[in-house]
Design a protein around this ligand. Structure first.
Ligand SMILES: Cc1cc2nc3c(=O)[nH]c(=O)nc-3n(C[C@H](O)[C@H](O)[C@H](O)COP(=O)(O)OP(=O)(O)OC[C@H]3O[C@@H](n4cnc5c(N)ncnc54)[C@H](O)[C@@H]3O)c2cc1C
Length: 430
């Protein structure tokens, strides 16, 4: 039986580990934390899983929360003008639900499930020296430690990493007590404030198995929203969140003004510099390990791709491990699997880059989305599979052709409230 060692019990490592155990491999998963300490620990991220990745989880029998929490079937994007006034509303039904489950609940359950299915779980914070030992004992060692320190084993790919510093400063809270909570029960809401940032609000299945909400800020560094750097507690972030929404999205303030944290650790703040790394890591003794997930393709969460990429990459790695039979997992095999994944993932990265630094033609597209529900639907559902957005979303000339096919112009070079009546937009009563 072939032996696989996996470092990191997150989205990529757990999906990979459970799949390989099911496929008959002897798998050891090294995690720095126990399931209990993950469950009782701090919020790490607030990912929405999209339909294709959810389907992969379901095929593995890991969708433990589908019945209680199906997720969202509607996305609504309030787009403000440069003065902060609501200018456009883009809204679409989601063809299949998106779902956000607290990673603390998910990972702690999946770790137990991994052991139940026959995997070996070792609680240890792994170092490069530990990896050298691992390489002796396993046919393949995969590093899926996310943003953890082992990522430095993988050299930065300067060509594919276009950002040298974070484009947004991030903060999120998990909350309960929103007014009219049931109204927004199945809706992901995004507010875009040009030059200031983005605010996401969506239903969230929290670690206590209750349907709560997350409010997640993506602030332009140094801008009005960027007030997170000194925050030391969830209560402080909660208060700052309320003040920001009162100031920036007063139309939403009534809904959130009495919100409370679901638990004292249900908050995060941080920064991410989007980075692509080489997939083959070199250990001090010269041995090779393979990187997957955030360890090698790290994105700002603005386009909601990281956890989805982690799952899809892990899924591909499983297929290629099986295909490889009893042959050696050498450097060229690792590189080939990564290159195959990059064929897909380059579009996920391009999408995130586009949203972080919107090109001029995006404005035309956003106006078109507000005018024509078909355009909104193509974009919003395309986020699930970013190659479907190519080339029409990314290239200005192709955007023009695409809009012509849809008989839509995307009028106006600037958002203005007067466009609301011109384009007969759907503006919900507030
Ligand atoms: C605020 C926020 C919102 C997000 N929203 C979305 C979204 O909407 N959609 C989306 O797809 N993605 C989103 N993401 C990104 C997503 O959470 C990550 O891309 C995803 O979790 C990456 O999976 P991973 O397995 O690579 O890493 P992780 O899930 O981070 O797992 C890494 C694991 O490795 C462990 N580890 C680290 N170092 C060591 C070590 N030395 N030894 C042993 N174990 C170690 C860690 O404890 C952790 O459990 C968001 C991220 C943030 C921060």
């Amino acid at each position: 039986m072939r032996r696989i060692g996996i470092i990191g019990a997150g989205q990529a490592g757990l999906y990979l580990g459970i799949s390989l155990v099911d496929a008959g491999y002897a798998v050891t998963l090294f995690s720095e934390f126990t399931p209990e300490s993950i469950l009782n620990g701090k919020l790490m991220a607030t990912p929405n899983l999209l339909p294709d990745a959810l389907q992969l989880e379901r095929q593995l029998g890991l969708a433990f929360w589908d019945d209680q929490f199906p997720g969202c079937n509607q996305l609504c994007n309030d787009v403000c003008d440069s003065d902060g006034n609501l200018a456009l509303v883009v809204s679409s039904t989601l063809e299949r639900c998106w779902q956000a489950v607290d990673q603390r609940l998910k990972f702690s359950c999946w770790m137990q499930e991994f052991v139940r299915r026959g995997g070996e779980l070792v609680i240890r914070t792994m170092t490069p020296r530990d990896l050298e030992e691992c390489v002796q004992n396993y046919d393949l060692v995969v590093v899926s430690t996310g943003r953890g320190s082992l990522k430095t084993l993988f050299e930065r790919d300067a060509q594919r990493s276009i950002h040298g510093k974070p484009k947004r400063h991030l903060a999120a809270v998990i909350v309960t007590g929103l007014k009219g909570e049931s109204m927004a029960e199945h809706t992901i809401k995004l507010t875009t404030l040009p030059g200031i940032g983005e605010i996401f609000q969506f239903p969230f299945y929290d670690k206590s198995k209750n349907s709560s909400h997350t409010i997640f800020f993506e602030a332009h560094p140094g801008g009005t929203m960027d007030r997170f750097s000194q925050i030391q507690s969830g209560q402080q972030l909660l208060e700052v969140s309320k003040k920001l929404m009162e100031q920036l999205t007063p139309w939403d303030y009534e809904v959130i003004k009495d919100m409370e944290l679901t638990d004292e650790l249900a908050w995060l703040r941080g920064v991410i510099t989007p980075t692509v790394r080489q997939p083959v890591g070199r250990l001090p003794d010269g041995a090779r390990v393979m990187g997957i997930g955030d360890a090698v393709i790290l994105n700002d969460p603005i386009a909601g791709q990281g956890a989805n990429n982690a799952t899809k990459m892990a899924h591909l790695v499983v297929q290629r491990i099986i295909d490889h039979g009893n042959r050696r997992f050498d450097e060229s095999w690792m590189q080939a699997v990564f290159d195959e994944f990059w064929e897909y993932c380059q579009y996920a990265n391009a999408l995130a880059d586009c949203l972080l630094t919107p090109p001029a033609h995006l404005q035309e597209l956003v106006v078109a989305m507000a005018q024509n529900p078909e355009v909104a639907r193509d974009y919003i559902n395309g986020v699930n599979h970013p190659p479907s957005l190519f080339p029409w979303f990314f290239e200005p000339e192709e955007t023009k052709k695409y809009l012509a096919q849809k008989n839509t112009k995307g009028v106006g070079s600037d958002y203005s409230t007067s466009q609301l009546s011109q384009t007969q937009l759907l503006v919900r009563a507030r």
